[in-house]
Design a protein. Sequence first.
Length: 87
Amino acid sequence: MRFRGEVQETHPGIQFSLVSPGVVYTEFGRNAMHGGPDSRDLPHGQSAEEVAAVIAEVIESRRPDVYTRAGAHDRIVDYYAAIAGDP
């Protein structure tokens, strides 16, 4: 990540972690002002507690880039390869 490198050049003690959850099972869509899908009906989701556990681990380990769902990185790389884009 370019921004991460720029900041760490002048402030090496600052750490950045990018956490990428997929679908998180919440009632957000049901409660959104103009409605939306209920994420609990979507496939391959996680509970907020599962995502929070990953975030807690990232804070402790200071890993820089994390997907909260196993295999998500490979699925995303495959998706961008299929549409001939750069992830």
